[in-house]
Design a protein around this ligand. Structure first.
Ligand SMILES: [Zn+2]
Length: 138
């Protein structure tokens, strides 16, 4: 896409601080750096979100993410690492080109994700699962 900032980074029309590159993915430093070592793993091809990925692309992002996460761990020794990926504006997506945040974490680092659990009864869980199972590819 011509107006997509991540497509421009992939095409080297906008400079980024790259960490790793393979045939399908590019990993580069998030300019915001919530904590030192905060990396984005993006597909090179434009895909708006998780729903748009084919299985080869999904596997490539997972492989690159695991590889770079281990390097972040070894380089920064964070107490933890959050993997964050958002689909759609209500979920917090701000760049509409599929990417995964690899975010080193430390106690009290100010990063928050509110998690308002609902704890529905088991029957509800079964009903939710059935709705999803009915739509999975066979
Ligand atoms: Zn793009």
């Amino acid at each position: 896409m011509t107006d997509c900032v991540f497509c421009k980074i992939v095409a080297k029309q906008i400079s980024a601080t790259n960490v790793h590159e393979d045939e399908l993915t590019l990993a580069f430093m998030d300019i915001g750096q919530v904590n030192p070592g905060h990396v984005l793993v993006a597909l090179k091809a434009h895909a708006e979100n998780l729903y748009a990925l084919d299985e080869t692309q999904a596997a490539a992002v997972a492989r690159c993410s695991a590889r770079v996460a281990r390097a972040i761990r070894d380089a920064f020794s964070p107490a933890g690492l959050s993997v964050y990926q958002a689909n759609g504006e209500p979920a917090g997506q701000t760049v509409f080109h599929y990417h995964v945040h690899l975010l080193p974490r430390h106690a009290g680092d100010g990063m928050e994700l509110t998690w308002p659990v609902k704890n529905p009864p088991r029957e509800k869980l079964e009903a939710y699962a059935a709705r999803i199972r009915a739509r999975l590819p066979r």
